[in-house]
Design a binder for this molecule. Structure first.
Ligand code: NA7
Length: 549
């Protein structure tokens, strides 16, 4: 820790100790924790209600791909026991109900302002506070600024020529309307076969007159085998709360998935096949071997297994061939599915390969590829997100000397944070599931909880020690970023075009700005830094600000 003494300053009172953007899992827990610790805090949320991505992702079939017993807050034993999840993988309505329940139960709504978008947040060096500009032209000030905007909230609608000319309806899965979209009797097109596309496609196929799927990259498919939870299992899970929490914190992925503590080559081919078949029957993510994301040949053993399943399920060999992925297994986020491959056995479904014949334009009648025009009544963009940095860059965030976050990170080309929690030049700004955190590779709720808890300890420390600001030292930040980059570059993940690497957004700088060292290790590092009194951070002391509370 580097503590510098400053001349005492006279500050005007801030409106709040902390301003948070976003009322999803992160923003709501942050608000609750700040209030419990005696800080004043306000959440601004652009949507009409709480829920974050689960408010917007209300497309048919939307479901979490992390199991409900861990895709849930673990900070409160009472909450864990009072709420009952009904299925293995919770669907969007259930998650949204849960988040509403949390908002009511902890009386959070009184400090959440809905339908309010923050357009800018500028650090004021003279007052050592954040000036936060709201879209209605007003401004609030806060000592701490916490954009809890998530990594997957800035939707990506590709800039296809002619979209405005389309006479039908079009929707993005990540911004789905509240009213039911009626696919009955309609010719529907879906662009995209990531998690969202794979969830909505089987449901539209059942309802629509005809569905055309525009696939750019065939994905590896793993069955979710979602099911209702047995009341006995629910009781056992609740009773096992403490153990589950501990296991989550001791895991690499923030959940309870099975991991193989051995290389692909340490067991026989037969044993490996047995493991994979068992996992296929169980549903959910395949168990990870130690070398599967570093050794191309090890990776291929899993890829081969999953490709063989496509041939087994899809009747038409020509369609099966189009569905065969040819990237390193798991280097795009694993997609769990329910009846996705089976959907291609229906006679009202067409699979268009838009890598071979790319989309040229959207026309008044539908969509034209280089091969032909498809007439459509409804077009669904399941085209994902400008991930990780996209949501932060939508806000004009400026730190010391008026430098914007976008400029500092060279538009995403040189991201640098310390622990994914903070970035130099932006005092008292805290990130949750930020770039260079383990988010994206870890159960997001687990990362959120540990990030929030770290931030709370930090701001309490600042208060106890009469410190005004905290920000990373440049050397410590550079070392963290370097370690993230080196870890990423030692894996196969960087060899694939994915939202993790920024390749899904034209012109976005490539890289993999996430921490791949595992959740458990990340928690250890975060704790060590606190134990060493915020090693690598610069803490500035001065006269304590007077705040409203
Ligand atoms: P993803 O996983 O980013 O998937 C987006 C899909 O859209 C993917 O198949 C893309 O193909 C496709 N896409 C994107 N742009 C285009 C264009 N211009 N033309 C054709 N196809 C395109 O987003 P999701 O919403 O499904 O899931 C995001 C995460 O949410 C998921 O990983 C879970 O963590 C939850 P590509 O593969 O890039 O060739």
């Amino acid at each position: 820790m580097n503590v510098a003494q400053q001349q005492p300053k006279t500050h005007q009172a801030n409106d709040f100790d902390a301003v948070i953007i976003g009322a999803g899992f992160a923003g709501m827990y942050m608000l609750h924790s700040l209030r419990e610790a005696g800080f004043s805090a306000k959440v601004f949320e652009a949507a009409g209600d709480v829920g974050g991505v689960w408010y917007h992702n209300r497309y048919p079939g939307a479901r979490c791909d992390t199991e409900s017993m861990v895709y849930t807050y673990l900070f409160s034993e009472k909450l864990y026991k009072d709420w009952t999840w009904t299925s293995r993988y919770p669907d969007q309505p259930e998650i949204l109900s849960y988040l509403n329940y949390v908002a009511d139960n902890f009386d959070l709504r009184k400090d959440i302002q809905l339908n309010t978008r923050i357009k800018a947040a500028h650090y004021d060096e003279a007052n050592e506070n954040w000036q936060i500009y709201i879209n209605d032209g007003t401004r609030v000030t806060a000592k701490y600024f916490i954009p809890a905007v998530g990594g997957l909230s800035a939707t990506n609608v590709p800039n296809f020529k002619g979209l405005n000319s389309f006479k039908g309806e079009w929707y993005h899965t990540g911004n789905w309307p509240k009213d039911k979209v009626d696919f009955k009797g309609k010719r529907v097109g879906v662009i995209g076969t990531g998690s969202s596309g794979v969830q909505i496609i089987p449901i539209i196929a059942e309802e629509a007159d005809h569905l055309t799927v525009f696939q750019r990259t065939a994905q590896y498919m793993i069955p979710a085998r979602n099911h209702q939870l047995d009341p006995e299992i629910i009781q056992q899970t609740k009773a096992d709360y403490k153990n589950i929490k501990q296991k989550v914190r001791n895991s690499n992925t923030g959940d309870l998935r099975k991991t193989m503590n051995c290389s692909v080559w340490e067991i026989t081919g037969e044993e490996r096949l047995q493991e994979l078949e068992a996992a296929w029957e169980r549903g959910g993510p395949l168990p990870s071997f130690t070398d599967v994301f570093t050794d191309e040949r090890a990776n291929e053993t899993i890829g081969e297994f999953l490709r063989s399943k496509i041939s087994e399920i899809v009747h038409d060999p020509k369609i099966a061939e189009k569905l065969m992925p040819n990237y390193y297994y798991g280097t795009k986020r694993q997609v769990l599915n329910t009846n996705y491959l089976e959907t291609y056995n229906r006679n009202n479904v067409t699979l268009a390969d838009v890598k071979k014949a790319p989309i040229e334009e959207i026309t008044p009648k539908g969509l034209r590829t280089t091969e032909k025009e498809y007439e459509l009544d409804i077009l669904v963009f399941a085209t994902g997100y400008d991930a990780i940095t996209g949501p932060l860059f939508k806000i004009d965030i400026r730190g010391r000397n008026g430098i914007s976050l976008k400029e500092k990170w060279n538009n995403g080309g040189q991201i640098s944070t310390y622990l994914g929690l903070a970035t130099s030049g932006f005092p008292n700004l805290f990130l949750i599931t930020g770039p260079e955190s383990p988010a994206g590779f870890t159960n997001n709720v687990a990362v959120i909880e540990s990030n929030v808890e770290w931030i709370i300890e930090c701001v309490k420390y600042l208060r106890e020690h009469d410190l005004n600001t905290i920000e990373p030292e440049q050397e410590a930040e550079a070392a963290w970023s370097k370690s993230c980059t080196e870890l990423a570059n030692s894996t196969l993940f960087v060899k694939t075009e994915s939202w993790w690497t920024g390749a899904n957004i034209p012109g976005k700088p490539r890289g993999l700005p996430l921490y791949l060292g595992g959740y458990k290790k990340y928690l250890q590092i975060c704790k060590e830094i606190v134990d060493k009194e915020y090693e690598g951070f610069s803490l500035l002391a001065g006269k304590n600000q007077k705040v409203n509370s």
